[in-house]
Design a protein around this ligand. Structure first.
Ligand SMILES: Cc1ncc(COP(=O)(O)O)c(C=O)c1O
Length: 485
């Protein structure tokens, strides 16, 4: 092991105002790898760095974490004795500042990490606590947030006051959303179209209150995300289900059934999900055109849940409903940074409603029911949309590899079949070939905990979440194959 870093550490220390006593030293795993003594910018420039505080190891006097420089593992040691107030927030900030000072720009996560989420009471892990079942159900990932998000949250916490923040006053976050829509979907939105909502689920329920009358019927697709299926009954309205069909290796809507459902004079709203959860389909231009034609012909409003729209794994564009010329004035588009950047627990999302009357009706229906989104959620969304592009790209690349591995291995298991989802980190697995009554129980008995297909509208399926370290997927496949080791 080489220890070349002390001069660098000192230089960093001097510049690092907030952490004047942090001592850093660098160790490389390979003898032929030399960390520049002086930390010359030329050497460090353009290096991709991955680190994870999840890999932090501590002793009473120091702690070290791993970084990857040019595929080489490097340990960075911090001398704890020189910290007055040691805690992980300081460390995270110190790492961020250190990498920034060394021009190790845009630190990237190591998606292979398997963080221990028990301390945060993560719902995904709580459900199977105390069992040997690997949780692969609820739709959050095992990926630690991008550093700029953590930094923004740390800064917000440092302020130390959590009084009211009126979302409309957070022009930074609003501008970040506007710029994101332009950059990601070539969709020019006016800031006034934006309505912050403390979750997409409350948002589509508010849309129902805003746009439906007693006795109305709401169209939903099956299978679909359970709270979408539940929304009509929650609001004491009728539901009509439009089935999904398999066409050329992907799932899509049964458009004839959609036309029939929309033609019912009682039908007033279609709650769509694009990209589809659990199916992973991204609607193409032709499909969106058909939906627009059907909805306009029968005067049906569209509420489009697009929470997964920044998780497109194939080379296809996401086409927001509100950006479609025939739908802009008759739709509500629901989006969030939550799935993509793993901040769902911060309860912040937004609706884009170009039509003023529809927007007023939505806001009216939300009065007294929906709280404002949180200050932390706004800070995280702002940071996600402004500073995390490279992390996002790396995440998509990692998810794509995970998906390819999983779909190929699932299809090798007798009784299981799956299409490759074009988007999301969710795979809809057809287990009808197993010929068992309870596919969920079959999975759990093998030590894997997916989402139960029956909750989405098809008991012969289950949904696997592949937003995790590849090692978990390998383990899940081994278990589903019934191999011991
Ligand atoms: C399609 C879809 N909509 C909404 C949500 C939840 O949104 P929120 O947590 O913002 O209410 C999820 C979460 O899995 C989802 O998959």
């Amino acid at each position: 092991m080489l220890d070349n870093g002390k001069p660098t550490s000192l230089a960093v220390l001097k510049k690092c105002r907030k952490f004047p006593t942090v001592k850093l030293s660098f160790f490389s795993e390979f003898k032929n790898f030399v960390v520049s003594e002086t930390g010359k910018k030329s050497f460090f420039k353009d290096i991709t760095v991955r680190f994870s505080v999840g890999q932090l190891q501590e002793s009473p006097v120091c702690c070290f974490f791993k970084m990857f420089l040019y595929q080489t593992m490097v340990y960075v040691t911090l001398d704890k004795r020189s910290f007055k107030n040691w805690n992980s927030m300081w460390l995270s900030e110190a790492i961020y500042r250190t990498t920034a000072l060394l021009k190790l720009e845009r630190p990237i996560m190591n998606f292979n990490d398997k963080p221990d989420r028990s301390w945060s009471k993560a719902y995904k892990w709580q459900r199977y606590k105390g069992t040997d079942i690997l949780p692969m159900w609820i739709a959050d990932t095992e990926f630690r947030c991008a550093e700029p998000i953590l930094k923004a949250l740390h800064q917000r916490v440092e302020e130390g006051i959590f009084g009211y923040t009126l979302p409309d006053h957070d022009t930074d976050a609003i501008e970040a959303v506007v710029a994101w829509c332009q950059r990601q979907y070539n969709w020019k939105i006016d800031p006034s179209w934006l309505v912050w909502t403390p979750g997409v689920v409350p948002a589509f329920n508010v849309a129902i209150k805003a746009y439906c009358q007693a006795g109305d019927t709401i169209i939903v697709q099956t299978p679909s995300y359970p709270p979408i299926l539940a929304a009509p009954a929650i609001n004491k309205l009728n539901r009509i289900c439009v089935e999904t069909v398999a066409v050329d290796g992907r799932w899509t809507l049964d458009f004839d059934a959609l036309e029939d459902a929309a033609a019912d004079p009682k039908t007033s709203l279609f709650i769509m999900c694009n990209p589809m959860n659990p199916l992973g389909t991204v609607l193409n231009q032709h499909e969106l055109d058909r939906i627009a034609t059907i909805c306009r012909k029968h005067n049906v409003m569209l509420c489009s849940d697009e929470i997964h729209c920044d998780l497109i794994l194939d080379n296809v564009p996401h086409l927001p409903a509100g950006a479609h010329p025939a739908l802009a004035e008759y739709s509500v588009t629901l989006m969030a940074a939550s799935k993509t950047f793993n901040v769902a627990g911060l309860g912040t999302s937004f609706a884009i409603i170009p039509n003023e009357k529809l927007r007023l009706a939505f806001n009216h229906a939300a009065r007294g029911i929906l709280p404002w989104v949180t200050a932390t959620g706004l800070a995280a969304t702002n940071a996600a949309f402004r500073y995390c592009d490279e992390w996002h790209q790396q995440e998509l690349a990692y998810l794509k590899d995970n998906r390819d591995y999983l779909v190929s291995e699932i299809n090798k298991i007798e009784g299981l079949k799956a299409f490759s989802p074009a988007a999301t980190f969710l795979m809809w697995v057809d287990a009808s070939g197993l010929r068992v009554n309870d596919t969920q129980a079959w999975c759990e008995a093998k030590g894997v905990g997916p989402s139960a297909g029956r909750d989405f509208g098809d008991k012969d399926f289950f949904r696997l979440n592949f937003g995790c370290a590849r090692e978990y997927l390998v383990e899940a496949i081994k278990r589903l194959q019934g191999r011991k080791n």
